[in-house]
Design a protein around this ligand. Structure first.
Ligand SMILES: Cc1cc2nc3c(=O)[nH]c(=O)nc-3n(C[C@H](O)[C@H](O)[C@H](O)COP(=O)(O)OP(=O)(O)OC[C@H]3O[C@@H](n4cnc5c(N)ncnc54)[C@H](O)[C@@H]3O)c2cc1C
Length: 382
């Protein structure tokens, strides 16, 4: 019998497995034949995220500036002395993190799909496409469509975004600058991105689940960016769970990463919250197995722990998101006019990709800016 079975050999599963493997016997189940495929990520992360991954992914580009294009043609530019983010090879990151987990002592079973589990007498019996396994704990790190999360009852995230992106051959003039676009014709409910790297640009968008097809929006975006005739060398799509899940633990079960709904609501970044939660999950699991206390009640401290670290940012971020989706294109243009002011630009230049809510907070605490934004924001909040 294993101490812990981790379902999912993505970044959240590999990070948790690496941290637990120093004390526990870990089996990771990954349904695909390798980690990192298919890729469902832009790969844009902060230096903190790279450090927390515990591996050295290939860095495809460093981004120092962002231009945000508003629906009416207005633009707000942000530039930082330090890199705002790095574009990393996400497939390579996942593969290196999985190798690190095996180096730490975890076993990974590839091509092995979790089908379901039962708990009896403190023992978890897991059925997979290849075999049956038993363990004392089960960790669901099986991504946005988590079957382990679903086993905990009514546990869907508040909403899903749908994402799509392509890599096209192009060499933009400013290769350290990414472009973001807002507007109902491009990305209703979210935003688009164009991130240069090498002789390519990664062009993508996320949008609310219940609207125009992302592939149709992508065509409009490529036309708007003047990239419609460029050669497409890669295409990716995926879903992002937003707003959190009802519960992230159960009898002998813990959830992490997208499976736990741990995604930043403003940027849809999932790596930072997964890596912040992993040490808390590992501590909880190691203690639960040491003491033999693996019931739902005993595991509740995991949710308390990760929410203490991330809950405030998630709650604030999701509140901002709920307001954001109510804004019309004209409202966004009014906000653009205010953010173009020098006092707002100075605050925006300090943006941290892992904590975008902090900048929103600082903007709203500046009375001159807040007064100008108030009518538009009140409309969105009420
Ligand atoms: C278009 C798009 C762009 C994004 N861009 C960024 C970004 O730039 N920066 C960022 O931080 N985040 C980004 N994200 C979010 C990020 O990709 C996820 O938050 C991250 O992958 C979550 O990691 P995870 O390990 O929890 O889940 P995943 O990476 O989804 O890994 C889950 C693993 O579980 C496996 N699995 C699933 N079901 C089973 C099963 N039944 N049995 C066995 N194995 C199973 C899967 O094969 C997969 O390997 C983006 C998402 C999308 C869709």
């Amino acid at each position: 019998m294993h101490d812990v079975i981790v379902v999912g050999g993505g970044p959240a599963g590999s990070k948790a497995a690496t941290l637990m493997a120093k004390d526990l016997d870990i089996l990771v189940l990954e349904e695909h034949l390798s980690s990192g495929s298919p890729m469902q990520c832009a790969g844009l992360v902060s230096d903190d995220v790279v450090r927390m991954s515990g591996v050295r992914p290939d860095v495809l580009n460093r981004i120092f500036a962002a231009e945000v294009h508003f629906p009416g043609g207005g633009t707000v530019a942000v530039r930082s002395k330090n890199a705002l983010a790095s574009l990393v090879d996400r497939k390579g990151l996942d593969m290196r993190m999985a190798s690190k987990a095996t180096d730490a002592g975890a076993e990974i079973s590839y091509g092995d799909k979790y089908l379901g589990h039962s708990v009896s007498g403190g023992v978890v019996t897991v059925s997979t496409s290849q075999s049956k396994y038993s363990s004392k704990l089960l960790v669901g790190a099986d991504g946005h469509g988590s079957a382990v999360a679903a086993s905990l009852g009514d546990n869907a995230p508040k909403e899903y975004l749908r994402g799509i992106q392509v890599d096209v051959k192009d060499k933009p003039e400013h290769d350290d600058t990414m472009t973001l676009r807002l507007g109902s014709d491009l990305a209703p409910g979210f935003f688009t991105w164009e991130i240069p790297f090498g002789d390519c640009v990664r062009v993508g968008l996320c949008t609310s689940e219940d609207g125009v097809l992302p592939s149709d929006l992508l065509k409009t975006l490529l036309r708007r960016a003047g990239l419609q005739d460029k050669e497409t060398v890669a295409r990716y799509s995926g879903k992002v769970p937003l707003g959190g899940r009802r519960v992230t633990y159960g009898d002998n079960v813990l959830l992490i990463g997208d499976a736990a709904g741990q995604v930043k609501p403003i940027s849809a970044g999932g790596l930072f919250p997964a890596f912040r939660s992993a040490p808390i999950l590992a501590d909880t699991a190691i203690e639960a197995i040491r003491t033999g206390n693996t019931s739902r009640k005993d595991l509740a401290r995991y949710e308390g722990g990760w929410k203490k670290e991330l809950g405030r940012e998630f709650f604030r971020g999701y509140r901002i998101r709920r307001s954001f989706v109510k804004l019309s294109d004209a409202d966004l243009d009014r906000i653009c006019a205010v953010l173009g002011r020098e006092d707002a630009r100075n605050i925006l230049d300090d943006i941290e990709v892992d904590r975008p809510g902090n900048v929103a907070n600082r903007i709203m605490r500046n009375p001159c800016i807040a007064m100008r934004l108030l009518p538009t924001l009140l409309k969105a909040i009420i």
